[in-house]
Ligand binder design. Structure first.
Ligand SMILES: C[S@@+](CC[C@H](N)C(=O)[O-])C[C@H]1O[C@@H](n2cnc3c(N)ncnc32)[C@H](O)[C@@H]1O
Ligand code: SF4
Length: 387
């Protein structure tokens, strides 16, 4: 995709999971029962309510995230996709992704999800080691995860899976072995996240009590470095801090976020960034599922926030996102999406220091990118280079 072809993604949030994982701070909830028809109607209403903000756009990607959207009835996924197609033009190569958990009950829905229009799945495998999966509080084992990856490979056009590493007690040899197993199963995309302890999670409580000891940051950093080398040697270099793909196989939807392109967010807690009448706007849906649903009924959409983002703030957001990418920040796209020239958003002296220190590189064409050393200390890089 050229820097001049604007992307427009649609994110759909499904906030329910079978169980809450102890490390997870996503907007995900466990409920004894879900009014699927009510949820379908509410998502379609949120879509209709927000659609006028993006009139006339061409949809380049659709992403069902969660929560666990593989728990959605395929008919609900199909209804949302049909309504999107009836509301906007779809790009000929529109990417349609859904996040899936590897439990067999969900794998049983893969065919129907494919028939509903999902072409790409991203599976939350987390680990290929049974003991680690238990510690992570996952309901599935490694064999089930392998079966899910096989089923995804034979059902969908593209698939990816997620692993979490730098786990308490994990050593480099164990991670190398797990990575080798993952590479033997991988398609064209892998997401590899270092475990983070998020406020409000069970893991964070355990950490504060001393019942769980995070991995030494130097060991985690070394694991990150080694991961980059191994994946690059296997033809899956990092195109973003935690995401690896064969050339051209990155998640187009997520690339839209990192490139600071436009996207509409549907469902509870979903964020949107949209250019409306030349102004960049930020939207956010109400977070709690039931309150969101009530708001949609009352208000016609689920938004609790819809504000203009000042160009200086947009520029900062675009830098935060773009510096995560191996390709870096493209000046033409930056100007189009923020209204500010890239060089006007940068502090020349800070940038010179970051380049001198080997943390940032100037790209041909005038863009900037974090180097591998820079990617490990992105917050510091940003503080240095942003005006
Ligand atoms: C929104 S979750 C959804 C995936 C799906 N529900 C599942 O768990 O299989 C996306 C991914 O974020 C990652 N993730 C969530 N919490 C994390 C944490 N605290 N540290 C590192 N990675 C995390 C996991 O790899 C997870 O698959
Ligand atoms: S990691 Fe996935 S399955 Fe677990 S609580 Fe979070 S969203 Fe739900």
């Amino acid at each position: 995709m050229s820097a001049d072809a604007p992307a427009f993604g649609i994110y759909v949030h499904w906030p329910f999971c079978v169980a809450k994982c102890p490390y997870c701070d996503f907007n995900s909830h466990v409920r004894a029962s879900i009014d699927e028809e009510g949820w379908r109607a509410a998502l379609l209403a949120d879509l209709a309510g927000q659609a006028p903000r993006a009139r006339g756009r061409e949809v380049t990607s659709i992403f069902f995230g969660g929560g666990t959207p593989s728990l959605m009835a395929p008919a609900t996924v199909g209804a949302v996709l049909d309504r999107i197609a009836a509301t906007w033009t779809l790009a000929p190569d529109v990417e349609v992704t859904l996040e899936a958990n590897p439990a067999s009950a969900e794998v049983a829905r893969f065919r129907d999800l494919r028939a509903a229009g999902v072409a790409r799945v991203s599976i939350g495998v987390q680990s290929l080691d049974d003991a680690a999966l238990r510690i992570l509080g996952r309901a599935h084992g490694a064999a089930e995860a392998r079966r899910a990856i096989d089923a995804a490979a034979s059902t969908f056009v593209r698939h990816s899976f997620d692993l979490i590493y730098a786990r308490p007690g994990q050593d480099m040899a164990a991670w190398r072995a797990e990575l080798a197993a993952a590479l033997a199963l991988a398609g064209d995309h892998l997401s590899l996240y270092q475990l983070t302890f998020e406020p409000g999670t069970r893991f964070e409580q355990l950490r504060q009590r001393g019942d769980i000891v995070p991995l030494d940051p130097d060991v985690a950093g070394a694991m990150y470095e080694e991961t980059q080398d191994i994946l690059a040697a296997h033809g899956l270099p990092a195109y973003e801090v935690s995401n690896h793909a064969r050339p051209g196989q990155g998640s187009r939807h997520n690339l839209g976020y990192w490139r600071y392109e436009d996207y509409l967010g549907l469902g509870p807690g979903a964020h949107g960034r949209l250019t409306v009448d030349g102004a960049r706007r930020a939207t956010r849906g109400e977070r709690a599922p039931e309150s969101w649903m009530a708001r949609v009924a009352r208000q016609g959409d689920g938004l609790v926030e819809d504000v203009v983002v000042a160009p200086a703030d947009a520029a900062r957001e675009a830098l935060v996102m773009g510096l995560r990418l191996a390709e870096g920040v493209d000046p033409a796209r930056f100007a189009r999406c923020t209204g500010i020239a890239l060089d006007d958003a940068l502090d020349p002296r800070g940038l010179a220091r970051a380049i001198e220190g080997g943390f940032v590189a100037r790209m041909a064409g005038g863009g900037i990118a974090a180097t591998r050393a820079g990617l490990q200390v992105l917050d510091a890089v940003l503080a240095e280079v942003a005006r």
